[in-house]
Design a protein around this ligand. Structure first.
Ligand code: NAD
Length: 495
């Protein structure tokens, strides 16, 4: 049974402000809980990609968006936030169908998208340019200009929130934007672009170009009119994009993978730590870049802590994403679940033992969806592949540790450096470890909490650049210095 009648028809996509069928390959988005078709669409052809970018460039130069006063652009962005809030429930339900996250989570993602537009409206309206100290017969200023067409390339795990995180600051800065959503989850980007237009963003300034990354994403990245790429996704894709960006001398920001360490010290508040560790790895079914997927527990605490953690993990409510009590929904695709199963097999073949999970749940509810049980592996070394590679699923590897120095060394022994968590009542230890751990974000006695006003990004293979924060808007602007000559006489050199 199709979910909606819409799933029978091909969905138009937004090519330079025109809603029409793409000229490329047909694909379907599936509801991960049942495998049913949610919508079908055709990706853009390469000619469509070029047309969208040329139109975006035209809109950037002629629509007047870039020339609007900041408070005028901000007013439009505030309207986008208001429209997202007005349509929050249908958007959250659609997102649930698009990527199978529990409805409680998709509601949060929609709320976060609205908050992001509101925040960057304020950032836009309050951004100050500076008069710098003069060192001659001139006045000097530092100002910011929009870049032109920027690309927002996003993954499938947090649609609408990750698109908003790029589109809102890029529009606030005065740019045109082409969005390349993940192939598996194109629907929320289309919704967001429609809301932006309804709120007053000029037609053509925004396009949504779904489809295969290696084809559509690649064409967007290489296009000469694309002046910046803001990318969130896997590390190997990010490195590929960085190479292209180097050839074009194009700035790029990369939000990439992670294998984040969560550290439970001897004096941790165990109620908080157990809940935080569970939430850190198993919320979003572990399909989260900042998942706390490597657990280090003080040896003296290891046995009782793991006892509690495993029992609680086994009792997590895995199930229907439409059910408000569900804690873990299905994984995004059947293929992704197979990749997680291969990782678990790899861990077991490296000598890990299974504490809980390691299988698909049984029962009629789970027959058609891509479900997997919360899984904890132990008996591993930090150097094992299972502790070094990003799994991007509900799989936690757990290890005991002895002493702070060994803990810090192991936590930092990873190509990734996206996030970390520390559980302790000793604020001086938290400070020491928090400063010594190499990561873009460190949570102390909490985990996976977010604030749009706080910069986010990774070190090393976890990325380049920062998103969010008041200055996140500057990523999408070029800095320019203006010198105003004040000398009464012509410049003396030429006399
Ligand atoms: P992915 O790299 O396969 O795809 C991400 C996006 O890039 C998709 O839109 C895809 O179509 C596109 N893409 C793929 N190949 C491309 C190419 N050659 N040129 C241009 N674009 C291309 O990643 P994914 O599987 O969708 O997402 C999972 C990954 O994303 C994980 O590694 C996860 O850690 C990471 N992630 C990072 C963050 C962060 O903020 N650091 C947030 C969410 C997800």
């Amino acid at each position: 049974m199709p979910l909606t009648t819409e799933s029978q028809e091909l969905l138009p996509i937004n090519i330079g402000g025109e809603m029409r069928l793409g000229g490329g390959d047909e694909s379907a988005t599936l509801y991960p809980a049942t495998g049913e078709v949610v919508a079908r669409l055709r990706a853009p052809s390469l000619a469509d990609v070029d047309e969208a970018i040329v139109r975006a460039d035209h809109a950037f130069r002629t629509s007047g968006w870039a020339q609007k006063k900041p408070h005028e652009r901000a007013a439009v962005l505030h309207r986008v936030a208001a429209l997202i809030r007005e349509r929050a429930e249908p958007l959250a339900q659609r997102q649930r169908l698009d990527n199978g996250k529990p409805i409680t989570e998709t509601r949060n993602l929609v709320a976060s998208a609205a908050a992001t537009f509101q925040f960057f409206a304020s950032a836009c309206e309050t951004l100050e340019e500076t008069i710098t100290p003069s060192r001659g017969d001139f006045m000097t200023m530092s100002v910011y200009e929009p870049m032109g067409v920027v690309a927002a390339i996003t993954p499938w795990n947090s649609p609408i929130a990750s698109e908003a995180q790029k589109v809102a600051p890029a529009l606030a800065a005065g740019n045109a934007v082409v969005i390349k959503p993940a192939e598996a989850t194109p629907l929320m980007a289309l919704e967001l672009a429609a809301l932006c237009e309804e709120a007053g963003v000029p037609r053509g300034l925004l396009s949504v170009l779904p489809g295969r990354g290696s084809v559509i994403g690649d064409a967007i990245t290489k296009h000469p009119l694309v002046k910046r790429v803001s990318f969130t996704g896997g590390t190997s894709t990010g490195k590929h994009i960085a190479h292209i960006a180097a050839d074009k001398m194009m700035p790029v920001s990369l939000e990439l993978g992670g294998k984040s360490a969560t550290m439970v010290l001897e004096d941790a508040d165990l109620d908080h730590a157990v809940n935080g560790v569970l939430y850190g790895i198993f919320s979003s079914s572990g399909e989260s870049c900042i998942a706390g997927s490597r657990l280090f527990v003080a040896r003296s605490l290891y046995a009782p802590f793991m006892e509690r953690l495993s029992a609680r993990a086994a009792a997590l409510r895995v199930g229907d994403p439409a059910d408000e009590r569900t804690q873990m929904g299905p994984l995004i695709t059947a293929r992704h679940r197979e990749s997680i199963e291969r990782y678990v097999d790899m861990g077991l073949s490296e000598g890990a033992s299974l504490r809980t999970g390691g299988a698909r749940p049984e029962g009629s509810l789970y027959e058609r969806g891509y479900y997997y049980r919360p899984t904890i592996l132990e008996g591993v070394k930090n150097s094992d592949q299972i502790c070094q590679q990003e799994i991007f699923g509900p799989v936690l590897v757990a290890m005991p540790f002895d002493g702070e120095d060994a803990l810090i060394a192991q936590a930092n022994d990873s190509v990734y450096a996206l996030a970390a968590g520390i559980w302790t009542r000793d604020y001086k230890r938290a400070w020491r470890i928090g400063r010594a751990v190499q990561a873009g974000t460190v949570w102390i006695n909490t985990y996976k909490q977010f604030s749009i006003s706080t910069p986010f990004g990774g070190w090393r293979d976890s990325g380049l650049g920062r998103e969010k924060g008041r200055l996140g808007i500057l990523q999408y602007m070029e800095q320019k210095s203006l010198y105003w000559g004040l000398n009464e006489q012509p410049l003396a050199w030429a006399n």
